[in-house]
Ligand binder design. Structure first.
Ligand code: ASP
Length: 416
């Protein structure tokens, strides 16, 4: 008997996305059970999306702890971890700086297309932004359990690294601990596979309320700002990541984006890099990234690498400056590039995090933070795209660092 060919998960997630968007569009006008469609979607459909996102978040911390610890143990060398870490950070910083620069250039050219808005009624209460020293201090946990409970990614990474180092240094006495972590790693990966299978339904339930609520908002004066930001997202993904994965990892860009599709669709619907992490891990492994490297590079990327957020900030700063009748000088643009690149460290990969960072960037060049009030209403629409860019950048780094590490190992073996 001929076996039926199974359609790939990406196909079903795509169908889920289409179903969710269609239902959202219908609910924009409908009034089911006498309620506004958007309220209905929020009350009765969103909770199922939230359940799915919660399941993903619940599995993320154990996966990160186990995969990093197992990664360190299998590398057998603390120096190798350092080499991988430094390559990762250099790649992340360079691509983020490039992303803001691209956004500033693009929006300066397209500035005349923006509809300048009246700023007199714009209000925005900035949340509490961290300074760079606080971020540094906060990387190191004061407690073993709390970072795991709060899913503070940078601290979780530090805990897992120490655990791995400890097991290596304990030699024979650490072998059992290593085997326990390895065994749990396999168990958690199986749970993750199961949760990922639910994604077509999860994605539909996540996107439907977003469309029902934000659809009408698309028809605003901000449409050009959105269009320029999305042009920046697409340009950065297509140009930068295609070039880097091709030249540094030898992967064809078409294959790269094809394998990334489930993660991209998930990021678009959830606007959360952390929630998308299980998908990014799977896609990167299919692209040849080694598990121990992807398990370290991707969770780190979720927190410190935000190319999409940087593009969004670049465009929004130029737009807000135009609304306040200000032209940015060359010096201010350099300040924006530096602040946006540094600000991306330590900001969580959760929905809306980019807004807090935008406040920091505006302040750095003396623009009123209240300007954020002009765009806050459609932040979710910006956020969906920037999260896609953020996770694609993380995955490109995982495959590149994996490839570079492999090359280095081969060269070492050849000379040995
Ligand atoms: N939502 C984005 C992410 O999870 C962060 C942001 O708000 O820019 O990557």
């Amino acid at each position: 008997m001929r076996e039926k060919k199974k359609l790939p998960l990406a196909f079903w997630i795509f169908i889920g996305l289409l179903v969710g968007i269609t239902a959202g569009l219908l609910l924009m006008r409908a009034q089911p059970f006498g309620m506004q469609g958007a309220d209905f979607a929020k009350q009765y459909i969103q909770p199922f999306g939230t359940i799915f996102l919660n399941l993903l978040k619940f599995i993320v911390v154990p996966i990160v702890v186990c995969s990093i610890t197992v990664g360190v143990i299998s590398m057998e060398d603390i120096r190798r971890v350092g080499a991988i870490g430094s390559k990762t950070i250099i790649y992340y910083m360079c691509t983020t700086a490039f992303a803001v620069t691209l956004a500033l250039l693009l929006s300066s050219v397209a500035k005349d297309l923006f509809v300048v808005l009246d700023t007199s009624s714009a209000v925005y209460e900035p949340g509490e932004a961290q300074n760079i020293m606080d971020t540094l201090v906060n990387i190191f946990p004061a407690n073993f359990i709390q970072p795991l409970a709060n899913a503070s990614m940078l601290q979780v990474i530090v805990i897992a690294l120490f655990l791995g180092f400890g097991i290596l240094l304990a030699k024979e006495k650490g072998v059992l601990a290593g085997q326990v972590v390895e065994s749990f790693n396999e168990v958690f990966l199986k749970i993750m596979d199961f949760i990922i299978k639910l994604s077509p339904i999860g994605v539909a339930c996540l996107i439907c309320p977003v469309v029902a609520e934000n659809g009408p908002k698309l028809l605003t004066n901000l449409i050009m700002v959105l269009a320029v930001t999305y042009a920046g997202y697409i340009l950065h993904m297509v140009v930068v990541y295609s070039i880097t994965v091709k030249t540094l990892a030898g992967i064809s860009p078409i294959r790269f984006f094809k394998e990334m599709l489930p993660a991209i669709l998930m990021a678009f619907s959830s606007a959360s890099s952390v929630g998308t992490l299980p998908f990014t891990l799977e896609s990167s492994e299919r692209l040849g990234a080694r598990r121990e490297i992807a398990g370290f590079v991707l969770p780190l990327g979720c927190t410190i690498n935000m190319d999409g957020t940087a593009i969004y900030q670049g465009v929004c700063v130029v737009f807000i400056a135009a609304c306040y009748g200000m032209d940015l000088t060359f010096g201010q643009m350099i300040t924006i590039i530096l602040t946006a690149t540094l600000a991306s460290i330590g900001t969580a990969g959760v929905p809306g995090a980019g807004l807090v960072m935008l406040a920091m960037v505006l302040e750095s060049v003396g623009l009123p933070v209240a300007g954020i009030g002009l765009i806050v209403g459609i932040d979710r629409i910006f956020d969906m795209g920037r999260t896609v860019v953020n996770i694609t950048g993380d995955a490109s780094c995982a495959v590149i660092v994996s490839r570079l590490d492999e090359k280095k190992n081969n060269a070492c073996q050849a000379t040995a």
